[in-house]
Design a protein around this ligand. Structure first.
Ligand SMILES: [Zn+2]
Length: 248
């Protein structure tokens, strides 16, 4: 744990201000800095920003050099998004399912040389992501990068509503593998292991705490849906299952 990020207030449990998790389950020691060619810009739903224990977008942001995290719902007039879209130094795309036949591979030939690739990642549960995309009309014209979900999520701590659901950090990892396969990124097994280390730790902590439902158990507000949440069909919100991607 990085002590400098730990907030200790009498009467409250210690809190990590960096990964925004309780000190006892802080993931900072597992997060290592990764430099990749793509500049990731996480557009985070406000609900995702408040999620304290199982959001993976922030973890991915902390690991990826030069990445940015912007919280909001409608990014039409978000100053930083507007600035990135207008800057000719950047080639902006969005990680979002593309209509049939219009995936990344189809648009690859249009990749302009000499510009920094920017990938906007919509970070929210699938219904939230759809709403964010609908409102953020300035992202509609961007080439879309979509993922083929060839294997299920490693988020083993809960039932998946759809096998195509991935945690945000997994979606980033698979995107980087895909770009590397096309010679557009330098990213291999070692980098992947480093990026996913805090995620694997998060899953392990979730399993360990679920097995020990004592006072203050992780389970009560952790990655497992409560009975009430299950009844309301809110499992995807409770799970940290952030974005659903399907190959286009
Ligand atoms: Zn931390």
């Amino acid at each position: 744990m990085t002590r400098t990020h730990l907030l200790e207030v009498e009467g409250h449990r210690p809190w990590c201000l960096r990964c925004r998790r309780p000190g006892a389950v802080c993931l900072c020691s597992e997060i290592t800095s990764l430099r990749v060619r793509t500049k990731f810009v996480f557009l985070m739903h406000p609900k995702e920003d408040k999620k304290i224990k199982n959001g993976t977008g922030r973890i991915a942001h902390l690991a990826l050099d030069r990445s940015e995290l912007l919280v909001g719902l409608d990014f039409r007039e978000h100053p930083r998004v507007v600035e990135l879209l207008a800057d000719p130094a950047y080639d902006c795309r969005v990680l979002y399912p593309a209509p049939e036949g219009e995936g990344e591979e189809a648009s690859e030939s249009s990749r302009p040389p000499g510009r920094t690739p920017v990938l906007f990642v919509i970070d929210g549960t699938w219904p939230c992501a759809k709403k964010m995309m609908k409102l953020s009309t300035n992202l509609h014209g961007l080439p879309r990068h979509s993922l083929d979900v060839d294997r299920p999520s490693e988020f083993k701590t809960k039932h998946q509503p759809d096998p195509a659901c991935l945690a945000t950090i997994e979606a980033v990892d698979r995107t980087l593998h895909g770009l590397a396969a096309r010679g557009l990124e330098v990213y291999g097994a070692q980098e992947s292991e480093r990026l996913l280390a805090p995620f694997h730790r998060m899953v392990a902590l979730g399993i360990a705490h679920a097995a020990d439902p004592g006072p203050g158990s992780y389970r009560r507000s952790g990655p497992f849906p409560t009975g009430e949440e299950r009844r309301k069909g809110r499992t995807s919100t409770a799970s940290g299952r952030n974005v659903m991607f399907r190959g286009g």
